[in-house]
Design a protein around this ligand. Structure first.
Ligand code: NAP
Length: 474
């Protein structure tokens, strides 16, 4: 019986290199690795050895025969990926080992301690004798892996154990409560390290540029998520959960996370890492419906299929989509199957997925606010993507809680160049352009997209650039 990769896949591809028959794809060297929503096991080729199960850091791989009822769709999703056949070598090409030409005294400073930083540290530690010092602004490490991953995604949070193991290496030093650029400068770090890797993420929110967006009571989904995950900068925040409806603008995976946390039975969160004050607030919540609004259609929605399946499988929560949107999808499309299975049941809370609406203005006073929208139509763009054009038809929706979930933005790093348009530090394969011995990895390098494991391959590229420079210049 074959194995199946399920929702918590982090795409770090540890399973790919554990597999003796190369039946897990896309592999990091394949072009679709960078766009795939997860990795998939070919059921025809899997020899059922279980090596991938042991290698997976987030417990995402199951025996086909032991899938929970809410996971069976993943067997289809894995098999579908191979429906048209796929050429592949006998084994996935391994990542070449890093070699340091002179001596064994490489010292690297890493700024930040989230997934991008930890994968960079792990990569540097493959070099015998290399040492890493990690600087973290907060008193707790691991960034978004701790303060961004939803508390009910306990398997994904399993990656924290892997990061703990990296920190336990005696060649790693963790310096907490130190903000580089404030208490210590880039030049200070260069004085005692061969290179500095900035893995500072994208800690700002993209701003919704409409009248009323700055009204009290309107906040971002990322701040709400940081609050329920116990982030010290947000622990004192209060959110009004007394109304019956919340609206989330944007429909990426963060939007699904907050919609799920707002509607699921709080008892299911009791044994998770959720902040106790947030669990208390959710127990008192009167919210019955969360409307997640996308500016494009269901087919273009930013959420991934695995996360939609997960949302649809949440006990006590209906997921509702208008028939005309659902009808656009082929009947056997995994999204359509998942949505049809999340049908309306009495007594359930609901997540409504609404589409083709762009917010234009916010008004009203607490406790109820009004969001004005314009209806969009889809226009094909020259690059093959779908853009939107306003039709002029307007709509309003009222809610007690308004969350914007339209993506993260990087912040400028003191002493480094910054591209305002992409909110990233300009770089060439991780080398910061125009700065001495400075490197970037993660979201500050490539923008706020991808999964936890995506950072592993991003870090490998950056560390390779650092080592090439070290080897060529000393
Ligand atoms: P995202 O995936 O980039 O989604 C942003 C959403 O905001 C899109 O629906 C986008 O619409 C919309 N949007 C952007 N500007 C807008 C505007 N001015 N008006 C209205 N809508 C607007 O961002 P995210 O949800 O913050 O996620 C960031 C990354 O983290 C993603 O790669 C995501 O997959 C990842 N993540 C993964 C997980 C997980 O695997 N469980 C959990 C959380 C986050 P358009 O599509 O039309 O641009």
């Amino acid at each position: 019986m074959p194995h199946v990769i399920t929702q918590s896949c982090c795409s770090d591809a540890s399973c790919v290199y554990a597999c003796p028959v190369n039946c897990i794809h896309p592999t990091p060297d394949e072009p679709d690795f960078h766009t795939a929503e997860m990795l998939y096991i070919d059921p025809q080729e899997c020899v059922d050895c279980g090596a991938c199960v042991t290698a997976c850091p987030v417990d995402a791989i199951r025996f086909d025969g032991s899938l929970a009822p809410n996971e069976t769709l993943f067997a289809e999703l894995n098999a579908d990926f191979y429906r048209d056949g796929r050429d592949r070598p006998l084994l996935a090409p391994p990542v070449p080992a890093l070699r340091v030409r002179r001596g064994q005294d490489l010292r690297v400073a890493i700024v930040g301690s989230g997934p991008a930083a930890m994968y960079a540290a792990d990569e540097i530690l493959t070099i015998p004798g290399a040492r890493v010092r990690i600087y973290e602004r907060l008193q707790t490490p691991f960034g978004l892996a701790r303060f961004g991953v939803a508390p009910d995604h306990q398997r994904t949070r399993g990656v924290l154990r892997q990061f703990d193991r990296i920190l336990a290496d005696p060649r790693v030093e963790l310096v907490l409560g130190t903000e580089v650029g404030v208490t210590i400068t880039h030049d200070d770090l260069l004085a005692s390290h061969h290179g500095v890797i900035y893995a500072v993420g994208a800690s700002a929110d993209r701003a919704l540029d409409i009248p009323g967006a700055d009204l009290a009571g309107v906040t971002s989904a990322t701040q709400f998520a940081a609050w329920y995950n116990g982030h010290p900068d947000f622990a004192d925040r209060r959110f009004d959960l007394s109304g019956s409806r919340a609206i989330v603008i944007g429909n990426g995976n963060v939007a699904l996370d907050v919609a799920r946390i707002l509607t699921m039975n709080p008892d299911l969160l009791a044994d998770t890492d959720i902040a106790p004050y947030a669990l208390d607030a959710l127990r008192d919540s009167r919210i019955e419906e969360v409307t997640v609004v996308g500016r494009r259609g269901l087919e273009q929605a930013a959420f991934t299929v695995p996360e939609l399946i997960g949302l649809c499988a949440t006990p006590g929560v209906d997921v509702v989509v208008a028939d005309e949107q659902l009808g656009i999808l082929p009947a056997d499309d995994a999204r359509a199957v998942a949505l049809r299975g999340a049908s309306r049941r009495d007594g359930n809370r609901r997540v409504v997925l609404d589409f083709l609406l762009s917010p234009t203005a916010l008004s009203g006073t607490e406790p109820v606010r009004t969001m004005e929208f314009v209806r969009n139509e889809l226009i094909p763009a020259a690059d093959g993507s779908m853009r939107v054009k306003a039709t002029g038809e307007s709509h309003t929706k009222e809610a007690g809680l308004m969350l914007t979930s339209i993506g993260y933005r990087g912040r400028p790093v003191p002493g480094l160049p910054f591209d305002e348009a992409t909110a990233t530090v300009p770089n060439d394969a991780g080398r910061v352009i125009g700065a001495r011995r400075a490197y970037v990895t993660g979201w500050i390098k490539r923008g706020a997209r991808g999964f936890i494991g995506t950072n592993k391959y991003c870090a490998q590229e950056t560390v390779r650039s650092l080592i090439d420079d070290y080897n060529s210049t000393g």
